[in-house]
Ligand binder design. Structure first.
Ligand code: SF4
Length: 336
């Protein structure tokens, strides 16, 4: 029996950014897959390349400095990198939508939320103003906005932060996307509201079958929400496995360190959680070896000099670490 192809497959994606010091790699050889109706969690500290990956999928990288150097972004087999800007405009908010961290940056303060939902519908679908207004009310209802007939006339500043994020989710879902990218969607919200937003995303996925690419710095969130987890560090994917597998048997030292910092995974919550010593390297600091080497308690001399290849440690569980390569000797494409 062959498994269904993923909805989204990113293969060998590399992105450079122009700086005064020259062109530096922000993403290196990223491979990711999001299955239909499932959630892929992408986790890592700030600066690991998570949001750059999301922007690359949407073709919204900050230009002209950022440039895609290579790779493919395949949505149902079609390469988004081959689409022209007009085709991408139809795709954004249509087949693929994105929800950002701060709803105030996504919403236009000058228009009512009903007008903004209606605008999305009218851009992507040939619907009348009246039909779009009615659909806007239904969308607000579907994301749990109380009194949607009244709220549809509200301006963004008249809503709470949680309500505003529900509105951005309603806009993102208005045209029934196959893929919803949620980039730290609750970071700006209170903890109780965060729980509600994640419950909403799960309910939407169960109801509509929308696949979700969830980007977060919080392994606890990703561990609860995602079917599969990819861990990023220094612009690279360092580990990728089904969620249960990575939570129980992390193999990469960075994944292990991240998991030690999650209170909900520590049983009784300790007085203080460990932190990973050091900080994520800047682009200029990235050398030729493993980007985690300066912070890794298991680093060997080889680590700083040579980039470990990505190997499949178990079926469906890949990682890039010399410990795994040396332990197994099965690296695909590993240097001899
Ligand atoms: Fe640590 Fe070396 Fe593995 Fe990098 S390759 S995570 S430095 S052991």
């Amino acid at each position: 029996m062959t498994s269904a192809p993923p909805l989204l497959r990113i293969a060998g994606l590399s992105v450079d950014i122009a700086t005064r010091a020259g062109s530096l790699p922000v993403l290196c050889d990223i491979d990711l897959a999001v299955d239909k109706g499932k959630t892929l969690g992408v986790v890592g500290e700030s600066g690991s390349g998570k949001s750059m990956t999301a922007l690359a999928i949407m073709r919204l990288l900050p230009g002209p400095a950022a440039r895609i150097r290579g790779g493919q972004i395949l949505l149902e087999g079609g390469d988004l990198l081959r689409l022209d800007e007009r085709q991408m405009r139809r795709l954004r908010g249509g087949s693929v939508s994105i929800v950002f961290q701060d709803p105030m940056t996504s919403l236009n303060p000058l228009f009512t939320i009903g007008e903004q939902i209606g605008e999305t519908l009218r851009w992507h679908e040939n619907v009348s103003r009246k039909a779009a207004a009615a659909r806007a009310v239904e969308m607000l209802r579907s994301v749990g906005i109380p009194e949607p007939e009244r709220r549809v006339h509200a301006y963004p500043h008249q809503l709470s932060g949680g309500m505003r994020q529900r509105v951005t989710i309603a806009i993102a879902l208005a045209c029934g996307p196959k893929l919803l990218i949620a980039d730290e969607p609750t970071t700006a919200l209170d903890v109780s509201v965060q729980v509600q937003i994640f419950a909403l995303l799960q309910e939407i996925q169960a109801r509509t079958g929308t696949a979700i690419l969830l980007i977060s710095h919080d392994f606890g969130v990703v561990g609860r929400m995602a079917h599969r987890v990819a861990v990023m560090y220094g612009g690279r994917k360092v580990e990728d496995a089904p969620t249960e597998r990575i939570l129980r048997h992390p193999r990469h030292p960075y994944t292990e360190a991240l998991l030690r910092c999650v209170p909900s995974l520590q049983g009784a919550v300790p007085d203080s959680l460990p932190e990973i010593p050091g900080s994520v390297p800047s682009l200029a600091e990235l050398g030729t070896g493993c980007p985690f080497a300066p912070r890794c308690p298991s680093a060997m001399p080889r680590c700083a000099a040579e980039m470990p290849p990505t190997i499949e440690a178990e079926p469906g569980h890949s990682l890039a670490c010399w410990l795994a390569v040396d332990g197994q000797g099965t690296a695909a494409g590993a240097p001899a």
